[in-house]
Design a protein around this ligand. Sequence first.
Ligand code: AMP
Length: 395
Amino acid sequence: MKQSILVINCGSSSLKFAVLSDEGTVTLVEGMADRLNTNQSTITFKHQGQKTQTTLDEGSHKSVVTHIKQWLDQHNDIKRTLVGVGHRVVHGGETFSRSVLINQEVIDGINECAKFAPLHNPAHAKGIEVAFELFPGLPQIAVFDTAFHQTLLPEHYLYPIPMRFYRDHHFRKYGFHGTSYRYISHFFSSIVPNSHRQGVLIAHLGNGASVCAVNNGQSSDTSMGITPLEGLMMGTRSGSVDPSLVAFIGQADNINSEKALSLLNKKSGLLGISELSNDCRTLEEAMLLGDSKAKLALDMFAVRTAKHLASSATTLDKVDHVIFTGGIGENSPYLRDLICSHLRVFNICIDSQLNQNAPRGDVSNISASDSHPQTWIIPTNEELMIALDALQLIR
Ligand code: AMP
């Protein structure tokens, strides 16, 4: 019999879901609920190429999962194939270094890690609780964004601050996008079988963006930190800056440190510099029409991404491959070209035709013929990774 997994990605104001079958390769239904906890919540189902949107009377997480359950009740051919529910969880702290079957102890652990991800982890715990209630008997699995980076060595994950903060409070680099990096490494080894014995740099560039160095199949460094604010310049996040800026911004705008941090999270990055948008595509269009701030924002994004890739490369035995993924990494030839041009010191050269004409949504090798580090585009698929983990743990 076909076995399928319901994958749930529960955020504070949105919930994405999909039912994947055939070892995660076939999407039977997918969708998203938006603007949760407001009176404008909607849920959209995409099934057999058709989209249907419904307004929710009550925009709670419970009402969304109830809706999904009701939809499944009406599509018994899909419902009867369900063997489990996989949940994406942003922060697993030092407690979770791999995906796990969820029990009360795991839920307590997820709640404990909420201090580092106050917007995300409580929403995940809520989603899990509701799924247990509405799908009794189905095993539930948690897949953590931080887990892949638990192989980092202390010299990479510790911050150079008094040691007691780590000892007493677990303040350290955790890194994120781990499910995406693990999927890319796993998939890449199916097309380049010896890549798990090589050095691979991966740039996950989307609205949130980070890089990861994978040495012999294990994460050896990553750019995000205790929160997803550290590292690259992003859509609205500044990425790494001198921490003194928090105090200076606070004084300049007469706001407290929490608000200054919120400014670094929500009003900075591409949006802050361009004063136009956090969206790469919008900025590329504006740049082509002569908007110099849009160009500056994109140029800064490229420079800072290249610097972080170069820095992470120091944890590799050698650089064999560079992989671009995420909405920007997969779709912006302009930024791929610019980032690689700043990495000439590593002999990373791409073929401009291959880069420009790379097919959307597909794997491509865009390397110039004389480039030893090979440069690739690989679409990420976190839902597939969650489904595969869930199937493995259930079996
Ligand atoms: P993600 O967060 O991975 O969904 O990626 C979102 C980012 O990808 C946004 O900044 C989009 O503008 C960007 N993006 C998507 N498609 C394109 C495209 N064709 N060209 C440039 N950027 C794109």
